[in-house]
Ligand binder design. Structure first.
Ligand code: NDP
Length: 253
């Protein structure tokens, strides 16, 4: 049986000061990895790091904006130089903006694409030469059920996440031969700050509970298993896939 342990591995998780990124960081840390948290706020990162330290997880922070290619490259080169290899990269940072497409703000479109899509390209491209040199690495991109499903008011988000799914396949096409596995996780609906408006919307809440076969929102700990699987040797021949963790929402009309 292949190992699900991550002892001796280092994982960089982007956008991990809260929400899904922090939950995935906690899971990888509990499986034995050393964690590097990322975000844009020192205070939020320090709080998140303290929460992992309290659970005996080895953790450090690297503050950079994932939409800034040069900043990402500098930060990753510095980590590799000063702290050692990044074995696992989780491209998690993401934002949401809601408005009908005809009323969508052009600057919001740019922010969404920069944060949700460009970042996956920038950060992966910065890590890839190091992983290629070692002929080993795991990259996990965070997609969404919106890789497959549209809903009113979030067309640009849907476009960005659909592109993340296909970029995952393209990264696999280019890098699998170098010993790197690139897969994506597609979460359903989870109660995080990104979804604050939906969590507080009783109409949406009722729709979601009816629409989801499991009949409820996801719990953050329900992302732990798939994250550890994709980061671990247990998934070494899984490549280019998007695995949905959605209570079955994509399986029914
Ligand atoms: P949150 O808003 O709770 O957290 C987002 C994280 O990303 C924060 O740590 C934030 O920190 C960081 N971040 C945002 N922009 C940047 C940036 N430019 N550079 C670095 N860090 C950044 O969101 P979620 O945890 O809900 O979402 C995480 C990922 O999961 C996203 O990609 C989202 O699309 C995806 N997802 C979420 C779902 C859900 O139900 N919640 C469902 C499906 C997918 P800071 O702002 O301090 O920099």
């Amino acid at each position: 049986m292949a190992s699900f342990r991550l002892d001796g591995r280092t994982a960089l998780v982007t956008g991990s000061s809260r929400g899904i990124g922090l939950a995935i960081a906690e899971a990888l840390g509990a499986a034995g990895a050393r964690i590097i948290l990322n975000g844009r706020s020192t205070a939020a990162l320090d709080r998140a790091a303290a929460s992992l330290s309290d659970k005996d997880i080895a953790v450090s922070t690297s503050m950079f904006d994932v939409t800034d290619a040069a900043a990402a490259r500098d930060a990753i080169d510095a980590i590799e130089r000063e702290q050692g290899a990044i074995d696992i990269l989780v491209n998690n940072a993401g934002i949401q903006r809601r408005a009908p497409l005809d009323q969508f703000d052009d600057a919001d479109w740019r922010d969404l694409m920069a944060t949700n899509l460009d970042s996956v390209y920038f950060v992966s491209k910065a890590v890839a030469p190091h992983m290629i040199g070692r002929k080993r690495g795991k990259i996990i991109n965070i997609g969404s059920v919106q890789c497959e499903l549209a809903r009113p008011g979030i067309a640009p988000y849907t476009a960005s996440k659909g592109a993340v799914k296909n970029l995952t396949k393209g990264m696999c096409a280019d890098w699998a031969r170098h010993g790197i596995q690139i897969n994506a996780i597609g979460p359903g609906y989870f109660d995080t700050p990104l979804n604050k408006a939906l969590v507080e919307d009783a109409v949406f809440d009722e729709w979601l509970r009816k629409r989801t076969p499991a009949g409820r929102w996801g719990k953050l700990e329900e992302l732990h298993g798939v994250a550890v699987f994709l980061a671990s040797p247990a998934s070494d021949f899984v490549n280019g896939q998007t695995i949905y963790v959605d209570g079955g929402i994509l399986s029914v009309l």
